[in-house]
Design a protein around this ligand. Structure first.
Ligand SMILES: N[C@@H](CCC(=O)N[C@@H](CS)C(=O)NCC(=O)O)C(=O)O
Length: 256
């Protein structure tokens, strides 16, 4: 099997999901991609049935690869796995390639850390604080108290511990990037939990954690890094691309 710039990537993209960082990576690597759009259910916020037709777990991102040399289509799951695969086989111009073995291991560490440690804390904070919305009316206030209790007793502390850890890491780095002195897979994977979930979602974070202080004052290095992500030309490009795509999709649905 040969890897080529002509291979076609189909990204199954769910709104407000980890799929956006995979799109960022495809754009950074200059690859040939198309996007299939899925929207979350407005009340339950779960993926629609169509995504379960692509894979039994119904989670996004899913990345299909059609190889230009005619090799059998490949489906990749798990964003850390996708990032690792794309960096290994498709960084033809060494845009994100780590400088040495040590940096490569650091990137691998962040790929596992993000999905293995950090992300589930954020999801748990969110689920506990929104459980009240799903509870039947007579149980709403009890559910609210229980959710808040669990967050205050465990998840809020774990969230802060991880934020401080990452903030200190960035201070020690002093380069503005998680690994080395340029963008790497570590920045790509962390863009969802740190930029999209926290710094681009301050109201949501306040609601989940009860934290009154400004995240930018608490974690200035991470705030600066988030700004860098939001201003990255490839990141801006995919935002605009998706805005247009979503608009086109909504218009097409309305005309059905
Ligand atoms: N560890 C997986 C997690 C995938 C995942 O949970 N995706 C979420 C969006 S960020 C999803 O599809 N949620 C929809 C649902 O659970 O219904 C990855 O990194 O790809």
């Amino acid at each position: 099997m040969g890897y080529s710039k002509d291979d076609l990537f189909t990204l199954h993209w769910l709104d407000n999901s980890r799929a956006h960082r995979i799109l960022w990576l495809l754009e950074l690597l200059g690859l040939n991609y198309e996007v299939k759009i899925y929207f979350r259910h407005p009340k339950t916020w779960r993926a629609p049935p169509e995504l379960f037709r692509v894979h039994p777990l119904g989670k996004s991102p899913i990345l299909d690869i059609d190889f230009a040399d005619g090799s059998e289509r490949l489906q990749l799951l798990e964003s850390g796995n996708m990032i690792q695969y794309l960096l290994k086989h498709y960084d033809f111009d060494k845009v994100l390639a780590p400088k040495d073995r040590k940096q490569r291991m650091q990137v691998d560490y962040f790929l596992h850390y993000t999905e293995g440690t950090l992300q589930h804390l954020l999801i748990s904070l969110l689920v506990n604080s929104s459980a009240k919305n799903m509870a039947p009316f007579p149980l709403k206030s009890v559910t609210k108290l229980v959710g808040k209790g669990i967050n205050n007793g465990y998840y809020k502390h774990e969230f802060e511990l991880n934020m401080i850890y990452l903030e200190n890491h960035m201070r020690k780095q002093g380069t503005g990037f998680f690994v080395g002195d340029k963008l790497s897979g570590a920045d790509i994977i962390l863009s969802f939990p740190i930029y999209e979930n926290v710094f681009d979602n301050m109201i949501g974070v306040k609601e989940c954690t009860g934290e009154k202080r400004d995240m930018k004052d608490l974690y200035p290095q991470l705030a600066k890094w988030s700004k860098m992500v939001s201003k990255d030309p490839a990141y801006r490009k995919i935002n605009k691309y998706m805005e247009d795509k979503v608009e086109e999709y909504v218009r097409a649905q309305a005309n059905l």
